[in-house]
Unconditional design. Structure first.
Length: 343
């Protein structure tokens, strides 16, 4: 299969492909998604196959109107309505209990009695959903386990020959996947299953107390949302975290260079001006800005991973695990397999 880069003016080609059961990657404000008709079981199975994704890992359903969710969900609580009114369209995914097990193929839900929904803040993709008259599954459009794609080129790199096309909407503004909030148990407090750009503080300003799920799943447990169980976001080049406040960047660089390692840096411009003797660099921000760092993290991991000659190690700066820093560190910890440089 020859995968096509589809320009915005050619959106009707993407619409017809979705209707025909093909796979089309679409842009969102977070990362690029791999789109297929959520009610077409074979199309959804093809999503898992194209990505190499574990079959018990549920998918997020993307909608263009809130009313579309009512096909699958009985009704909304006042809490859910407040959240949708405040944050949609935007980088917030909500998990609801389904009407019954037959409203969606089990391949979408990972066999659970719940499903995750979001309305992306991207007009091109909202038009794709509306014009196709389909709700779309949309996991990140990458090979499973690799850093998520934030440009059409990233998608093409991973999935060329495996999908119909990539709807090119330019670079993503947020850069990490949406916050996932579980609303599926009415008698329990809303619970964040995956941190994202919508922070715990922002959610609590709208609906009151919110829990943070820090449970580590066993191999036998089914994840309720993407990003909870399996290795994610990891380039082929090993990643090591550098604690910005405690560790010495130059010491770390020298340590790996003495051991004949080619070193790449994921760092801010101010810190870069203080070090030498590295082999390559990708700037996350100008002056240690976590919003910018979050936006550029996946692109930076991909860029350094694809250098020629190849690097042996990527040193990446850490941030405080609060607000947006929690989402950044959630991805970086998984990309590095929790490995931190120690003096």
């Amino acid at each position: 299969m020859e995968t096509k880069i589809i320009h915005p003016k050619e959106i009707n080609e993407a619409v017809e492909a979705i209707k025909a059961g093909e796979l089309v990657s679409f842009p969102t404000e977070t990362v690029y998604g791999l789109g297929a008709d959520a009610t077409n079981e074979q199309a959804v199975k093809n999503v898992y196959q194209a990505k190499g994704r574990p079959s018990d890992n549920p998918l997020i359903i993307h909608v263009s109107e809130i009313e579309q969710i009512l096909t699958f969900v009985e009704n909304f609580s006042k809490t859910a309505q407040k959240l949708m009114d405040t944050f949609w369209p935007g980088p917030l995914t909500l998990i609801f209990p389904l009407k019954n097990e037959k409203v969606l193929p089990s391949v979408v839900t990972g066999g659970l009695q719940t499903a995750a929904f979001r309305m992306p803040n991207n007009q091109l993709t909202l038009s794709l959903i509306e014009k196709s008259d389909k709700v779309l599954v949309g996991p990140s459009a990458n090979t499973s386990g690799l850093p998520s794609p934030t440009t059409a080129e990233h998608v093409y790199h991973d999935l060329a020959g495996k999908i119909f096309g990539v709807l090119d909407g330019g670079s993503c503004q947020v850069g990490v996947e949406s916050t996932v909030l579980d609303l599926s148990q009415p008698n329990l407090q809303p619970t964040i299953l995956r941190p994202g750009a919508i922070t715990k503080k922002q959610l609590e300003e709208v609906i009151g107390p919110v829990l943070m799920d820090e449970h580590i799943l066993s191999e036998k447990e089914a994840p309720k949302a993407p990003g909870m169980k399996y290795k994610h976001y990891s380039p082929k080049t090993p990643v090591v975290m550098i604690d910005y406040l405690e560790s010495n960047w130059q010491e770390a660089i020298d340590y790996y260079r003495i051991n004949e390692k080619k070193v790449g840096l994921l760092v801010n411009e101010k810190q870069l001006s203080k070090v030498t003797n590295y082999d390559d660099v990708y700037l996350l921000s100008k002056n240690r800005n976590v919003t910018e760092a979050m936006q550029h993290l996946f692109a930076g991991l991909r860029s350094l991973d694809e250098k020629t000659p190849s690097l042996d190690i990527i040193l990446a700066e850490t941030y405080s695990e609060k607000d947006e820093g929690l989402a950044y560190m959630n991805r970086l910890k998984k990309a590095s397999n929790q490995k931190k440089y120690q003096k």
